[in-house]
Design a protein around this ligand. Structure first.
Ligand SMILES: Nc1ncnc2c1ncn2[C@@H]1O[C@H](COP(=O)(O)OP(=O)(O)OP(=O)(O)O)[C@@H](O)[C@H]1O
Ligand SMILES: [Mg+2]
Length: 728
């Protein structure tokens, strides 16, 4: 089927053909035949790179141009939302029936906002969580949405984030019952079940633009599913590295998936050593440029130095501990073909589109604090394996598991290679994740009575798969909790959110966190300091990532806690007591204190590198930690306002800025300037520029003489100050 034969406005066809698409891929053809262009709802389960996005694009654009409506495109990650935005930009050339050009926006930020400005856009690309928060704020334009695309919907089965996607889709179905729903994923076995939920058609294909050969390595040889085998030369002691070198020799790039960050770094290191003897002079020059970029962008840390060292020879690692700018640089350099072998944790597979000729799965076991070690699911394996094969570059992709014995080789072949992914199961009945959704469903008026509430939940995917009784009993329990904590009122079966309940729902925090914060604000310690507030937010279940002590660190953290004991809101639990009660146990307390200690050092301007050395906290984790803490301090401030703790409403905003930038209070004014972060602000301060007024008085030359401030930045700073306060 050709693009030009489709029943869509001509201007859409023109752009698509201009961008080099002429013929539809087979899964796309199937979707069209099934009636997707006639507003049929669809679950499209089709492999990686089989062109699912184009189907979504065609429906979105047709619906907008023909019916003057809006569309929303949901993705699980900000990085994916931004990637889609880049891909969709080309459609801004399209003209709507009113003569205006089509407008596209991406919205992933601030959760406490209606973002009314989004109302003027035709296509809104958003993360699932952001869409959920917009629904909680009753963004008025959400009712005009007529096409809803949910990408990567296998996330429904994720314990932590699946329920948000499920509830968001259920709410959108209730809000816009006639909207068209398109659900996309590469690894969905039960598309039929999901399609029943959205009253749509399931399409399942195994078509891939680049064929995938899956195999298992053992004893010098890869056995492939099709019966063929390939010997691998033993060059090093590690099979993964030998296979990677074999692929490289044939001109392909390799992605190695590891389960831990430490493995990702160490594979990178070993590979770079081997590659140092193998790369060409011209590539070496390019790689040196990338390595220099890593060292000069962001704060220089031990981790960035290790990365730069590996990149020099065409190897690299990629994990969530890396600074975001470094991660992006590695992704781009791999796409450009400069980095040849990349070892990464599975976060990479969930993120941006980054295929390689071969995917090597170095370990199929994952460390899990509860069960010690568990094998990854088939679904996870298929997500990783699916990354193999770069369209336009590779004739076939290869994904290879590594076995230690021949028995294991056979087992892995059966368990992973020859199996289908597990079914997608709703995780909505997990109480912790259900709790905020029960509150938000009431607070946003999706349910006014208990019956309404059960009716709402009867329309979820969970109800499609399970007896409603199970969910009902959980919801009942949560209702009692919300009622006892005064987030809702229940009068003659009528449910209403209290102002507290409303604010908690909008602030996008767990009701349990809200209770901790509310009670903490009343139970002040003798001396209320930054440590107290940092402990308050670290005590909530919303703070992430949790930091765990290493080695002897526990003792040091306990000492730290007793040093600050008169500042603590939550005291150290008695180990004997906590064995028997449901109170916080000592381990949780220690990891909470670790978060406090790290953040307290951060706002004392300890360098990222020293934090890394002292606590083994990597830059990416530090960033996420400070971002969630900042959000929770904001939420605490909102609750302080609600409960009229006026004194705290001064303290919280100051601490929020300090956490955001990692600075002492005296730098707050300076970091308000664009281009000035914690390091430059400190340099300015040390040079005697304490306030904006000091900079206003200074001449350009004296600014340039401050280390880390170049002449372009100095001019820019001067301009910002003039623009804010133009000379009369
Ligand atoms: N009909 C087509 N002709 C040529 N190229 C196409 C066609 N359809 C899609 N593509 C290209 O195929 C690539 C993969 O498409 P897409 O991103 O939609 O994959 P996907 O099915 O969403 O995979 P994933 O599961 O990895 O998200 C894109 O680069 C896209 O431009
Ligand atoms: Mg996709």
């Amino acid at each position: 089927m050709k693009i030009n034969e489709l029943d869509i406005p001509e201007q859409i066809k023109r752009i698509i053909v201009q961008h080099g698409y002429n013929q539809l891929y087979p899964p796309q053809e199937e979707a069209i035949t099934a009636g997707v262009l006639n507003r049929k709802n669809l679950v499209l389960a089709s492999p990686t790179a089989s062109g699912k996005t184009l189907i979504a694009e065609l429906c979105i654009l047709k619906n907008i141009l023909e019916n003057d409506t809006k569309s929303i495109y949901l993705t699980p990650l900000r990085a994916l939302a931004n990637e889609k935005y880049e891909e969709f930009k080309k459609y801004r050339e399209l003209t709507k029936s009113n003569g205006d050009k089509l407008e596209i926006s991406v919205s992933t930020g601030d959760y406490d906002s209606t973002d009314e400005w989004l109302g003027k856009y035709d296509i809104i690309i958003s993360t699932n969580e952001k869409a959920d928060s917009l629904l909680r704020h009753k963004a008025p334009w959400m009712q005009q949405i007529d096409t809803i695309v949910a990408d990567e919907i296998h996330l429904l089965t994720d314990q932590g984030r699946g329920p948000t996607l499920e509830v968001t889709l259920t709410k959108l179905m209730k809000l816009n019952p006639n909207a068209q729903f398109l659900l996309l994923s590469a690894t969905v076995k039960n598309a039929d079940e999901i399609s029943k939920w959205i009253k749509g058609i399931p399409i399942t294909t195994d078509w891939r633009p680049v064929p995938l050969r899956e195999g298992v390595f053992y004893d010098g040889e890869i056995q492939f599913k099709d019966g063929s085998a390939r010997r691998i030369l033993t060059e090093t002691k590690k099979p993964v590295i030998d296979i990677a070198l074999d692929i490289l020799k044939q001109g392909g790039q390799v992605l190695i998936f590891t389960q831990t960050r430490r493995d990702a770094v160490s594979y990178g290191k070993n590979i770079s050593k081997v590659l140092s003897r193998k790369i060409s002079k011209s590539l070496e020059k390019d790689l040196k440029t990338i390595a220099d970029k890593i060292l000069t962008s962001g704060e220089r840390t031990g981790l960035s130095e290790i990365l730069a060292e590996q990149v020099k020879f065409g190897a690299a690692f990629h994990h969530a501990g890396l600074d975001a700018s470094h991660r992006r640089l590695i992704e781009e350099s791999f796409k450009d073909g400069k980095i040849k072998i990349l070892s990464a944790t599975p976060t990479l597979a969930a993120g941006v589109n980054l295929p390689a000729r071969a995917v090597l799965i170095s370990n199929f076991r994952r460390y899990d604090p509860e069960s010690w070690s568990e094998e990854i699911s088939v679904l996870e394996y298929k997500q990783l394996a699916g990354r193999a094969g770069r369209p336009q570059y590779d004739k076939a992709g290869e994904s290879i598991l590594i076995a230690k014995t021949s028995v294991e080789q056979e087992r892995l072949m059966e368990k992973y290679v020859c199996s289908e992914p597990e079914k997608i199961w709703s995780k909505l009945s997990i109480e912790n994740v259900l709790r905020p959704h029960v509150l938000s469903t009431i607070a946003t008026g999706f349910a006014y009575t208990e019956e309404d509430l059960y009716d709402f939940f009867s329309q979820t995917f969970h109800a499609q798969q399970h007896d409603l009784k199970m969910l009902k009993s959980k919801v009942g329990k949560i209702l009692r909790f919300l009622f006892n904590e005064e987030m809702i009122t229940m009068e003659s079966r009528k449910l209403l959110a209290t102002p507290f309940g409303h604010r908690v729902s909008e602030l996008y925090i767990d009701p349990v966190s809200a209770v901790i914060i509310r009670d903490g604000l009343y139970n002040r310690p003798d001396k209320l300091t930054e440590v107290s507030i940092l402990q308050l937010v670290s005590h909530t279940p919303d703070l992430s990532p949790k930091l765990y002590p290493r080695g002897k660190e526990s003792e040091q953290l306990i000492a730290y806690a007793s040093e600050h004991s008169n500042e603590l809101i939550f005291k150290q639990p008695d180990p004997w007591n906590s064995m028997y009660s449901y109170e916080q146990n000592l381990d949780d307390f220690i990891s909470e204190i670790k978060c406090v200690a790290v953040m307290n050092d951060w706002i004392q301007e300890i360098t990222e590198n020293d934090l890394l050395g002292k606590y083994k906290v990597e830059p990416g984790d530090l960033l996420r930690l400070t971002q969630t803490a900042e959000w929770l301090i904001f939420a605490s401030n909102q609750l302080a306002r609600l409960f009229q703790h006026k004194d705290l409403m001064i303290k919280f905003p100051i601490l929020r800025r300090r956490i955001q930038y990692g600075i002492k209070e005296e730098l707050i004014e300076l970091v308000g300037l664009q281009g000035i972060g914690r390091i430059r602000a400190r340099m300015l301060h040390n040079a005697g520029f304490h306030k904006i007024a000091d900079i206003r008085k200074a001449n350009l030359q004296s600014l340039v003489s401050v280390p880390t401030i170049g002449s372009t930045l100095a001019k820019n700073i001067k301009k910002q100050i003039e623009d804010k306060n133009p000379a009369k």
